[in-house]
Design a protein around this ligand. Structure first.
Ligand code: TYD
Length: 212
């Protein structure tokens, strides 16, 4: 039986570049690339409900529960089966996003959310969370330059919200440095990618060699 795979989450505020970095890391590791919210059929419906600007806005606790529901489905259908089969998984966002966005951003108690996200993920924590950290100014400029046609509901909340979310990620990383890697995301894409890959290999050793 193949040894169980590892779960690595890429985290950060909107516009930080983590989706690009998640793709680069997954390719370098030969890992399965996935994302939240919306990576399952149920999740795709939840994502639309949660993020489409024309969907009715849920209250903060409802938003947290729907994010947790998306994660429960993602873990059950995608992440856990892949890890059990011995694959490594790189996910573009995981539990830390709920603590940062619904906790620090929306103002819900982060400790209460911690219990919710642990339950939703059936206790499955990321082996490593990589925070691609940029200032809100850099992220805002990248989103504006990206021309991705219409910001989603979170991206419309403005710099005050994004500042709280960034603080939420930095606080989680500071509380649990053994499970976090914080990288400066303001450098060019290749430099950031090389740094993340080297740090992951250093942390997990030869098992993170490509070609798995
Ligand atoms: P993401 O897919 O990274 O955005 P994009 O497709 O625009 O690159 O994330 C979608 C949004 O969902 C993002 O604003 C963060 C938010 N989100 C939460 O608020 N809580 C969560 O638990 C997760 C997973 C995402």
């Amino acid at each position: 039986m193949a040894p169980r795979g590892r779960l690595i989450a890429l985290e950060g505020i909107d516009g930080c570049g983590k989706s690009t970095q998640a793709g680069a890391l997954a390719a370098a590791l030969g890992a399965r690339l996935t994302h939240e919210p919306g990576a399952t059929p149920v999740g795709a419906l939840l994502r639309r409900l949660l993020l489409a600007p024309d969907s009715p806005a849920p209250s903060p606790r409802t938003e947290a529960l729907l994010m947790a529901a998306d994660r429960a489905e993602h873990v059950a259908q995608v992440v856990e089966p892949a890890l059990a089969a011995g694959d490594w998984v790189v996910t573009d966002r995981y539990s830390a996003s709920t603590i940062a966005y619904q906790g620090y951003g929306r103002g819900l108690d982060p400790a209460g959310l911690g219990a919710l996200v642990t339950w939703a993920a059936a206790g499955l924590a990321a082996d490593l969370s990589v925070l691609v950290d940029v200032t809100v100014e850099v992220a805002t400029a990248r989103l504006a330059a990206g021309g991705r046609g219409g910001a989603d509901r979170m991206e419309r909340l403005g710099p005050g919200f994004a500042t709280r979310v960034r603080q939420g990620f930095l606080a989680q990383a500071a509380e649990d440095p053994a499970h976090w890697l914080v990288v400066d995301g303001s450098a060019d894409v290749e430099t950031v990618a090389a740094h993340i890959v080297a740090s992951v290999r250093e942390r997990f050793g030869d098992a993170s060699a490509p070609g798995r």
